[in-house]
Design a protein around this ligand. Structure first.
Ligand code: UD1
Ligand code: CA
Length: 463
């Protein structure tokens, strides 16, 4: 028997219970959209050209979210129910044969392992037309209830709205994860009718229809019902987020990362962290962030889409976006590396220093209260407290270039575009508007005047 696998992911609905203008599958858990979570699971059992997402609501936006994964799409322009959604990819999936796995785009915690088990079970079973995953819920509200026959196969799935009081009390539910024999599914799917309270084409009716043709549908029970939580409301979204983030910190800790008070940190599923790095409480590590080994990430820091080498120290309350920090660099506490900064090896950024599109050379230091924007700063430069690059003239941004080994005195104002030569000194409190040559001293401030006895005379006059 052909046991090649095609996966169809139903993701066309709006998800009215989310009370959102955004399509449900675009909401995120663990920093990744619900749909991307499901697509990644699908890719564990089928190649991208055999994974089809059925999109409808905000189709373009939904497609854009996952197209980098190389899967295919089918369009359901009007949402007439889960069976109708599946029918929309009949042309694409119909001739592929083998087994057809159906996943719902709003069921993001499902693991590849569970889907693999379902597929294995079905490929080893010549007698049933398919199998679905069931689970037992204390509160089954909103789920289709499963009625089993005497052999433990699924006799029917009854949607909540169509349940009799007895059926409503059933705690065994449909998770919406199925594996069908393609040939039988496509042969009989058109027999599904809309004779239910919602007037929709329910995919769940296929069970009874196949039954009437003499084919059974098996049930694979899953003990851990958290894995098959379908997200319908923001409350469930938050619960799923908590579960997926716990999976992530668990995986990191088992991989050699120390996470202090792991229940307080927010680490996206996409983040990588090397061995012996310590993450302090309440840190947020987001997006495509990659952190090396032996680093320390201070409490309450927020790092997004950034790359940190080994032995990087981030002090508490530091905010870093789209930046790179090489080995041994330091930032924080209370630094802000806003965007596109490059901090070379061993360079240090201290408290209340803001950087934007700035390269700070190896071993350079900007330890206190500075703004460095659109700057190229060489190695071993000392940037004094209170130094400001005036990179904006009200219309355009300009560059500041500082050569190796320069010393910028405290409270300097560097009016860009401007160049400070290697090895030069800028006197404290200078306003620098012209280039400073290598090894020169620049003083751009009013000369100090001292008036002897002035204060005493003033006191005498006013007393
Ligand atoms: C569905 C199942 C129910 C199961 C539950 C598990 C049906 C009829 N019911 O109910 O038995 O217990 O999931 O979570 O299948 N979709 C489309 N096009 C449509 C309708 C839905 O693509 O026309 C997609 C949705 O975007 C969603 C998925 O199918 O990702 C499930 O739809 P939803 O409306 O959430 O179904 P439930 O009522 O939760
Ligand atoms: Ca649902």
């Amino acid at each position: 028997m052909d046991s090649s696998v095609t996966v169809v992911i139903l993701a066309a609905g709006l998800g009215t219970r989310m009370k959102s203008r955004k399509a449900k599958v675009l909401h995120r858990i663990g920093g990744v959209s619900l749909l991307e979570n499901v697509v990644r699971t699908a890719l564990a059992v089928a190649p991208p050209e055999r994974v089809i997402a059925v999109v409808g609501h905000q189709a373009e936006h939904v497609k854009r979210e996952v197209e980098h994964l190389g899967i295919r799409f089918a369009l359901q322009t009007e949402q007439k129910g889960t069976a109708h959604a599946l029918l929309c990819c009949r042309e694409q999936a119909g001739e592929l044969g083998g087994l057809l796995v159906v996943l719902y785009g709003d069921c993001p915690l499902l693991t590849p392992d569970t889907v693999r088990r379902l597929v294995d079970r079905q490929s080893n079973d010549a007698y049933t037309a398919g199998a679905l995953i069931t689970t037992t819920l204390d509160d089954p509200a909103g789920y289709g209830r499963i009625v089993l026959d005497t052999e433990g196969n699924v006799e029917a799935i009854v949607e909540e709205k169509a349940c009799s009081p007895d059926q409503r009390a059933l705690k065994l539910v449909n998770t919406g994860i199925y594996c069908f024999r393609s040939d039988l599914l496509w042969k009989h799917i058109a027999e599904i009718r809309t004779n239910n309270p919602a007037g929709e084409y329910y995919l769940t009716d296929i069970v009874q229809i196949l039954g009437e043709h003499g084919y059974a549908i098996g049930a694979m029970h899953l003990g851990d019902s958290a894995e098959v939580l379908g997200i319908n409301t923001r409350l469930e979204l938050a619960e799923a987020d908590k579960i997926i983030r716990w999976r992530k910190v668990r995986e990191l800790m088992l991989g050699g990362v120390t996470i202090e008070r792991p229940e307080t940190v927010t680490i996206d599923a996409t983040v990588t962290i090397g061995m012996d790095t310590v993450v302090e409480p309440f840190a947020q590590l987001l997006g495509n962030t990659a952190i090396g080994g032996d680093c320390r990430i201070g409490a309450c820091s927020i790092i997004r889409d950034s790359k940190l080498g080994d032995r990087v120290e981030i002090g508490p309350f530091t905010i870093i976006g789209t930046s790179t920090l090489e080995d041994g660099a330091h930032a924080g506490p209370f630094s802000r590396l806003r965007m596109e900064n490059y901090i070379e090896a061993g360079a240090q950024v201290g408290n209340f220093v803001e950087l934007k599109k700035t390269r700070l050379g190896a071993g350079s230091k900007a330890m206190h209260l500075a703004y460095l924007g659109d700057s190229r700063i060489g190695g071993k430069v000392n940037v004094g407290a209170g130094t400001i690059t005036c990179n904006y003239d009200g219309r355009r941004k300009h560059k500041t270039v500082i050569g190796d080994g320069a010393f910028i005195g405290s409270n300097s104002t560097l009016v860009a575009p401007v160049q400070i030569g290697a090895g030069s000194y800028v006197g404290a409190g200078s306003v620098v508007t012209e280039a400073v040559p290598e090894d020169a001293l620049a003083l751009g401030r009013a000369r100090q005047i001292v008036k002897g006895g002035w204060a005493a005379r003033r006191r005498a006059e006013t007393d």
